[in-house]
Ligand binder design. Structure first.
Ligand code: GDP
Ligand code: MG
Length: 180
């Protein structure tokens, strides 16, 4: 992360008492861009190199549809591929019990990451690395098809392109949690 790494969320009881909270867990294969998207959302910047083992939760006060919300974003970093949730409920429970919404990320230039994304039901399905169009392995239609199957929202974005579409994804997670 270097200098641009956002400060991890500490005890923010004083904040949480003021505004409703929304806990969002970012899941998906290693290398799909979970950290890049999280940091882009928090800092508007693309940082290309992260420690793949780093797992942190960040807090950000957001306004979604004119309503303030304290978003807590858990950028997960499981060693194991998705699909191990059944086998390792204890390890997964740290976010399964915590999150109000899940964003499942795959990269459009990595079919394996897409196949693994289908092993858990996302709240939002995100095809990342849209800038890698020339190396695309997963079509947009395939993403739409899986999203339809799960009844979830689906977007293709890039952590290294415009901030607005990345912010939109995170705000959609808040909207989904509010609908629950
Ligand atoms: P994580 O393991 O899911 O947290 O993935 P990272 O966020 O660490 O990203 C893995 C690699 O993909 C890094 O080298 C990033 O620079 C790169 N990356 C992440 N998002 C994008 C993107 O939108 N476009 C491109 N071209 N590379 C990306
Ligand atoms: Mg990461």
């Amino acid at each position: 992360f270097g200098k641009s790494r956002p400060a991890p969320c500490v005890h923010d009881r004083h904040l949480s008492s003021l505004v409703p909270e929304c806990n969002v867990a970012i899941l998906g294969c290693r290398g799909s861009g979970k950290s890049a998207l999280t940091v882009k959302f928090l800092t508007k910047r693309f940082i290309s190199e992260y420690d793949p083992n780093l797992e942190d939760t960040y807090a950000s006060e957001e306004v979604v549809d004119q309503q303030p919300v304290l978003m807590k974003v858990m950028d997960t970093a499981d060693q194991l591929l998705r699909g191990c949730l059944d086998v390792l409920p204890s390890s997964a429970s740290r976010y399964l019990n915590w999150a109000n919404a899940f964003i499942v990320v795959y990269s459009i230039n990595n079919r394996k990451s897409f196949e693994n994304a289908q092993l858990e039901a996302p709240v939002l399905l995100i095809g990342n690395k849209l800038d890698m169009e020339q190396y695309r392995q997963v079509t947009k239609a395939e993403g739409i098809s899986v999203a339809t199957k799960y009844g979830t929202l689906f977007y293709e974005v890039s952590a290294c392109q415009d901030f607005k579409s990345v912010q939109h994804v995170f705000h959609e997670a808040v909207r989904e949690a509010r609908r629950e």
